[in-house]
Write a protein that binds this ligand. Structure first.
Ligand code: PGA
Length: 257
């Protein structure tokens, strides 16, 4: 059975105190899924990571992730954060290649390939994001687009570390827009992605790799999306900033399909 994961991407939201309040409210819900087959990952801004990781320490199903990293272990990269630094404050996951990083910070496939490789090498879990812009979907080219993203960033990875890799499919037209992909659209793309992973790695590895959906996923629509056979969980933006909604989304993931 594949791992089920719900990850919250806070993006550049929550000052320190608000962040701690939100983390506390999520922590208070943790006993309700402590014995369930689900991993919950909270990805706050860098400045919150150390404190929130300490708060979550006693809850094995509640983990902390970073929203980005640099691939070099250390050095003259002003403003960057390395993987050993993240590890030293209790971070277990890193989101890599979010469309906002690609678009606003010009992170290209070759750069992202280095980050994924370094993350797995460091022993952390990588949540690698892919997904097409609206015009690509309107032209019916979304599969080719996503396939190219996956091939470019993932084809050089060592097989031994692939159990640390998680894919997040996030169609750009659905992120923060309130326009979610339909459960059928999500399933079709997730199934396609699994096929690409089977070609890149092996059918066994593809069958075991979690693929999360992201893009306006919320407490109302998560249930239907999570029922799709190739959707293993969600990467949640806006709705992860409200502890109650985030909890409802987690509850949808726990429900048997
Ligand atoms: P959203 O963001 O849920 O606010 O659409 C998802 C994401 O960008 O990870």
């Amino acid at each position: 059975m594949r791992r089920k994961i719900v990850a919250g991407n806070w993006k550049m939201n929550q000052d320190f105190l608000d962040g701690l309040r939100l983390a506390n409210a999520i922590l208070a819900q943790a006993p309700s899924w402590a014995n369930q087959a689900v991993e919950v990952v909270v990805c706050p801004p860098f400045v919150h990571l150390h404190t929130i990781a300490s708060m979550f320490k006693e809850q094995p199903k509640l983990k902390v992730g970073a929203q980005n990293c640099h691939h070099a272990p250390k050095g003259a990269y002003t403003g960057e954060i390395s993987l050993p630094m993240l590890q030293s404050v209790g971070v277990d996951y890193v989101i890599i290649g979010h469309s906002e990083r690609r678009q606003y910070f010009h992170e290209d496939d070759a750069f992202l390939a280095q980050k994924v490789q370094a993350t797995l090498q460091a022993g952390l879990q990588a949540i690698f994001c892919c997904g097409e812009p609206l015009e690509v979907r309107e032209q019916g080219q979304e599969e080719a687009y996503v396939q190219a993203q996956l091939k470019a960033a993932l084809s050089q990875l060592p097989q031994a570390q692939l159990s640390q890799l998680i894919i997040a499919y996030e169609p750009i037209w659905a992120i923060g827009t309130g326009k979610t992909a339909s459960p059928e659209q999500a399933q079709a793309m997730h199934q396609f992605i699994r096929g690409v992973l089977a070609q890149l790695f092996s059918p066994e590895i593809a069958a075991a790799m979690p693929i999360l959906y992201g893009g306006s996923c919320n407490a109302q629509n998560a249930g239907q999306i999570f029922q799709q056979p190739d959707v293993d969980g969600g990467l949640i933006g806006g709705a992860s900033l409200l502890a109650e909604d985030f909890g409802k989304i987690i509850a949808q993931r726990i429900k048997p399909a």
